[in-house]
Design a protein around this ligand. Structure first.
Ligand SMILES: Nc1ncnc2c1ncn2[C@@H]1O[C@H](COP(=O)(O)OP(=O)(O)O)[C@@H](O)[C@H]1O
Ligand SMILES: [Mg+2]
Length: 208
């Protein structure tokens, strides 16, 4: 059985890829982005390769690579295809696996299915990546409620951004989730700077 964790977020652009790269490096895990939408910069797989320093064989190929930077259902339609759930089976590999979602939880993969429903079928726990900036309490508590509603285990919440003591506390208290740590904004982001920031902020035993 695959021992894995899903890195999801309260939104697109919150820092899932950066966090997932640091997590995969720290765990010596494999990384998998099942659906990539938008290929201008090569996609998240390539960014994780650069930011984690993981060997190429640990970065698994996507099930779907779609050019349009849009929701998966829309990006697939633009290429005249429909995303099939049969192609979104968890890769059977040995060792830990870090899976990065696309956008937030309620993102449609086709006209019938949301990403969160696929997460539920995989039976893996989720780490929720959230901003610390204004608006995060609402987005985070909504995401936690959606995960709870589908009985998806939540490892905890990983914040990204400048410290916001009250927002972070409010989310973990009212959402009843663990605060795993906070990745600060890292100027001139490199694999080494990310590795150091991650090690200083997160305790590995809480992330497994
Ligand atoms: N801790 C951080 N320090 C500096 N830049 C960050 C950090 N986290 C994310 N970013 C930047 O913010 C943008 C969005 O982050 P990304 O990880 O791609 O988000 P997501 O995967 O949720 O869409 C990227 O340009 C990324 O380099
Ligand atoms: Mg990403």
């Amino acid at each position: 059985m695959t021992q894995g964790v899903i890195v999801s977020g309260t939104d697109t652009n919150v820092g899932k890829t950066v966090f997932a790269a640091a997590l995969a490096e720290a765990l010596g895990a494999n990384y998998w982005k099942p659906i990539q939408c938008g290929l201008e910069d090569g996609g998240d797989k390539e960014r994780v390769a650069r930011l984690s320093g993981l060997p190429p064989e640990r970065i698994l190929p996507e099930a779907y690579r779609l050019a349009m930077p849009a929701s998966p259902h829309r990006a697939a339609e633009a290429e005249g295809i429909e995303i099939s759930l049969a192609k979104l089976k968890l890769p059977q590999i040995s060792g830990p696996l870090v899976v990065e979602g696309a956008g937030g939880l309620m993102v449609p993969v086709n006209r019938q299915t949301l990403l969160i429903d696929i997460f539920a079928s995989w039976r893996l726990p989720v780490i929720l990546v959230a901003r610390t900036a204004l608006g995060t309490i609402n987005h985070s508590l909504l995401s936690i409620e959606a995960l709870n509603g589908r009985n998806i285990p939540i490892v905890g919440i990983a914040f990204v951004g400048d410290e916001n003591t009250d927002s972070e506390r409010t989310i973990v208290e009212m959402g009843n989730v663990r605060h795993l740590g906070r990745l600060p904004h890292i100027p001139h982001l490199t694999a080494e700077r990310l590795r150091q920031a991650f090690r200083g902020q997160f305790r590995l035993e809480e992330l497994r």
